[in-house]
Design a protein around this ligand. Structure first.
Ligand SMILES: [Zn+2]
Ligand SMILES: [Zn+2]
Length: 858
């Protein structure tokens, strides 16, 4: 066997194994009889690079996948790519200096695909370097026809069941991106705007109305007041005139009006916000849409037609002020809805869009069947479900997405949705294979595309073999994901799996936190707290980064990246390597009766297995790794190896072989326990020991071995002796004159003699000891203050007395001293008596441990 380097060369070891591993050992076996463990891995957006947050999440998944595989499960750790979406389109527009409408749709799509493929390549590299045990036979990309045929099939089936419909309905709209967005994609931020007080002419007199959006005046369809607002009773049911645009609207009474806001009157427009939509629907108000898809004013806005919303706001405010209609302004703190992608304030427009019906109670019921880790995360989903007022708008006015497989009849305008057997298709490139109900065969293709969550919300179904396999593997076992996408990915997946198959998507959902910068803030290049995984691969290696992920905290919590954890991880790897390097020439599996110390180590190892297994089952990776580190560092290196060194270096014999075998087993077991966390180092150790890969081995099984009390007692005696030597300033390997250990456990002496480098005798029962007073120590601090100038004489007298006599007097309560005939009574604290312990007439020091009394000859 070749000599191992003193320093652990993480780079060489990790790169070697990355090159030589056969990834097919991680493939899911569809024919296997083992219990399945399918992980519904997040398909990341392949834009940019694999970042530290991805690394954290994928480490969690890999820990779980590797552990379950070792526990005998048929594991699927698939990898998908959620390709479609706005970020890629925006990037293609920037890189090629074009907008989506300047090139043919197909060409634009091709540019998006190319950019995505490049990003996927970068992700592959980082994931490989991180040592992830991904099942590449189950890779999918949502932009490929093999995948989007599934998305389209799900659309068609849900449409046929009435779970998808098309309707004119208010939707959240980003004027910059030119597309509808779902409620889950609206972000809220507080902004300061201006509250304008205006006069509206009523049938008798004037009313005051306060609004922050005067540009919506042409969209005003009513004004409302609280039914119990005593000031305005007379206006209810009458009409008022909208200034500048000069048309009348009704005055409504509605309990949702806040009388304390502004004047107590509120303007209802189509649409300023969601409350406007509620009122519009409840009171069956007409639609006056004033803003178009590009965020410009429509003809209904008269002179402002064609201006942007911002321009209109400025100009109309000026006009209203000049005409004296605005008579007061004050600043207003407001929560404004923004597009998640470009942060442009959203508008609410009424549009023909496709919607997925949301059945909130059904989703909540299904969420209850799923185990949430940590459990409180389920509340977030339930709160979100309860807040849903509109169905999910799934159509987008973009290009790089799954096409909606539908057309519209040119004559009767009826929508025709494709049949399943026609899929996959792009309606812009294919015509329907049948005629319209009206007999026409002229169609206009649907140009809208699907929300990307329509792709990713069937990820669980897709990896489980939907829709082709007759043995659909639903539910899958685990969904790992971030808490930031509970209201989107988790919510939509539960909705869609329920709608399509009437089943929960997973048995359990594991919510991971976000990786933060070292300063505790979100990692970002502008904050200068941004770390790339590659930096850590270079400086400390993948295993160290993986250990940080495991130890940084428990699932659900945000975890700051910390170089000190990376350093601690490297130090642990070096420690383990040093143990391994020391042991390797000395160890071998053997069949030899074990001593008490060997039994103790086996029991400690057995307890470690129990502890880590239990922690891994609960996904508490930090607990598992901490237990492993404590064992390796403290139990194995500091205690066991020190105790058995003499045997390992000694002459061949059963005792030596027992130690060789015990240490071999400990290292081999440690390598397996660490395989999920540090796959590279574990492989290096395990492969060197056995010639086999640790990644096809089973997880160590605990045998419920009871603690070996005798071995534990020996370990404690050894540490007590080590402390004793340190206190006495004696070198650890220098011999002591003799040690006698008394214990009812009948302790073995060989290892103690070795570790103390001294003769050791073991006896049962209690030692018979004699306590002999041998010297008097007068206490000046007691005597001085009381006897002043006589102190010196008192001390001399005490020193001259028999120590045994003084000990007896102290016991009785006072010490009598004869000062030339004068008898002084001293308090017992005036003198201490030094006692020597004797055993069979010899002076000894006594050390106590829980199970033993140790006599050390002086
Ligand atoms: Zn936008
Ligand atoms: Zn028709």
């Amino acid at each position: 066997m070749s000599e191992l380097s003193k320093e652990y060369n993480f780079k060489q070891v990790e790169e070697k194994w990355e090159r030589s591993w056969d990834s097919s050992i991680y493939y899911f076996d569809w024919e296997s009889k083992k219990p399945q463990y399918i992980i519904d891995t997040p398909p990341p957006y392949p834009t940019g690079n694999f970042h530290i947050g991805n690394a954290l999440n994928w480490c969690y998944i890999d820990f779980a996948a590797r552990y379950k595989r070792m526990r005998g499960y048929n594991v699927m750790f698939p990898q998908g790519w959620d390709c479609h979406g706005l970020p890629t389109e925006v990037k293609v527009e920037q890189l090629n200096h074009i907008t989506k409408n300047q090139v043919p749709r197909e060409e634009f799509r091709r540019l998006c695909e190319k950019l995505t493929e490049e990003a996927i390549d970068r992700f592959h590299k980082s994931m490989g370097r991180l040592g992830l045990s991904i099942d590449w036979s189950n890779e999918y990309a949502t932009m490929k026809p093999e995948y989007y045929v599934k998305t389209q099939t799900s659309f068609v089936r849900m449409y046929q069941k009435g779970q998808i419909y098309r309707e004119d309905h208010p939707v959240n709209w980003c004027p910059r991106c030119g597309t509808a967005i779902a409620l889950a994609e609206v972000e809220y931020d507080s902004r300061t705007s201006t509250l304008n007080y205006m006069h509206f002419c009523a049938e008798d007199g004037e009313i005051e109305i306060a609004t922050s959006r005067p540009e919506l005046l042409p969209a005003c369809v009513a004004v409302a007041v609280h039914p119990e607002d005593q000031r305005y009773q007379k206006y209810i049911g009458k009409t008022v005139n909208v200034p500048l645009f000069n048309y009348s609207v009704p005055v409504l009474a509605d309990r949702a009006v806040d009388s304390s806001f502004g004047s107590g009157f509120v303007m209802i427009c189509t649409f300023g916000d969601k409350q406007d939509v509620r009122w519009w629907m409840e009171h069956h108000l007409p639609l006056r849409q004033a803003i178009d898809r590009g965020g410009r004013m429509m003809p209904i806005a008269g002179p402002y037609s064609g201006l942007t919303v911002e321009e209109t706001k400025e100009k109309i405010t000026q006009d209203l002020t000049e005409q004296g209609i605005i008579f007061k302004q004050e600043p207003l703190e407001q929560n404004v809805g923004l597009c998640w992608r470009c942060k442009t304030p959203i508008e609410i427009l009424s549009e023909q869009q496709w919607f997925v019906r949301i059945d909130a109670p059904e989703i909540k019921k299904m969420a209850e069947e799923i185990e949430w880790i940590p459990p409180h995360m389920r509340v977030r989903l339930e709160n979100w479900a309860d807040s849903m007022e509109w169905d999910w708008c799934i159509s987008r006015q973009r290009i790089f997405a799954t096409p909606i497989p539908a057309w519209y009849c040119r004559h009767c305008h009826e929508a025709l949705v494709a049949e399943e057997s026609w899929l996959p298709l792009d309606p812009n490139l294919t015509q329907p294979k049948k005629k319209c109900k009206c007999g026409s065969s002229e169609f206009i293709p649907e140009q809208d595309v699907l929300d990307t969550w329509m792709d990713s919300s069937i990820s669980a179904l897709a990896v489980a073999g939907w829709p082709d396999r007759t043995d659909l593997r639903m539910p899958t076992q685990l969904r790992p994901q971030g808490h930031d996408i509970i209201r989107t990915w988790a919510f939509y997946t539960i909705l869609r799996t329920g709608a399509l198959e009437g089943i929960r998507p997973w048995d359990a959902i594991l919510i991971n936190g976000m990786a933060l910068g070292e300063d505790g803030h979100k990692m970002s290049k502008s904050l200068n707290n941004f770390i790339r995984p590659e930096e850590v691969f270079e400086s400390n290696g993948a295993d160290a980064l993986r250990q940080w992920a495991a130890i940084g905290g428990s699932p659900g919590n945000d975890i700051p990246f910390q170089w000190k954890e990376i350093t601690a991880a490297s130090r642990f790897q070096q420690k383990l390597w040093s143990i391994f390097r020391f042991s390797l020439p000395l160890i071998a599996p053997a069949d030899a009766a074990k001593g008490q110390v060997d039994h103790w180590l086996s029991a400690e190892l057995d307890q470690l297995i129990t502890k880590t297994t239990e922690a891994m089952d609960r996904f508490q990776f930090d607990e598992a790794l901490k237990a492993i580190r404590a064992f390796a560092w403290d139990v194995l290196a500091d205690n066991y190896i020190e105790l058995v060194k003499a045997r390992l270096y000694g002459q061949d014999g059963l005792e030596k072989r027992a130690a060789q075998d015990t240490l071999f087993t400990a290292l081999e077991t440690l390598a397996r326990l660490m395989a999920p966390f540090t796959p590279f180092l574990s492989e290096e150790i395990y492969h060197t020991l056995t010639g086999l890969s640790v990644h096809v081995q089973s997880w160590p099984a605990a045998r419920g071995q009871p603690m070996d009390r005798a071995g534990l007692a020996i370990k404690e005696v050894a540490s007590t002796l080590r402390r004793y030597k340190a206190e006495k300033g004696v070198a650890l390997n220098s011999p002591l004159p003799g040690i006698v250990v008394y214990s009812d456990l009948d302790l073995e002496t060989a290892d103690l003699a070795g570790v103390a480098n001294s003769p050791v005798e073991s006896r049962t029962g209690k030692p018979s000891l004699e306590m002999k007073p041998i010297a008097v120590k007068p206490q000046m601090k007691v005597i001085g203050p009381r006897f002043r100038d006589r102190s010196q004489r008192i001390i001399m007298a005490l020193m001259g007395m028999d120590p045994a006599d003084i000990a007896r007097q102290k016991e009785a309560g006072s010490i009598a001293v004869d000062l030339d005939g004068e008898i002084l009574e001293l308090p017992p604290e005036a003198a201490e008596v030094e006692i020597q312990t004797l055993s069979a007439g010899e002076a000894v020091d006594i050390l106590k441990t829980k199970e033993a009394t140790v006599l050390v000859r002086r």
